[in-house]
Design a protein around this ligand. Sequence first.
Ligand code: SF4
Ligand code: F3S
Length: 104
Amino acid sequence: TYVVTDNCIRCKYMDCVEVCPVDCFYEGENMLVIHPDECIDCGVCEPECPAEAIFPDTGANLESWLDLNAKYAELWPNIAVKREPPVDAAAFDGVPNKLEPFFS
Ligand code: SF4
Ligand code: F3S
């Protein structure tokens, strides 16, 4: 499966949802997650993310992000259509450690 990681938070560009063939993205207030049981590992979302926040879960140290994606994909609503990203998205691109202060 692929996972959404830290840099999505507050960037939330949503380009990813437009390309996913199985619509397996779920939306929180400040980030999206991928449902690991629904993702078919096609990989098309990875290069579409302007924030480079999507990785295959085989990457190093992504276990906690896989857990977070799995947990919140069950709780948050599905999203399959891109909307306007947050107005300050660019200001948050690349800011380190966004999970603690901004996750929701
Ligand atoms: Fe969707 Fe493919 Fe990305 Fe999985 S890898 S979330 S199926 S676009
Ligand atoms: Fe987040 Fe990138 Fe999608 S910033 S909403 S994973 S396009």
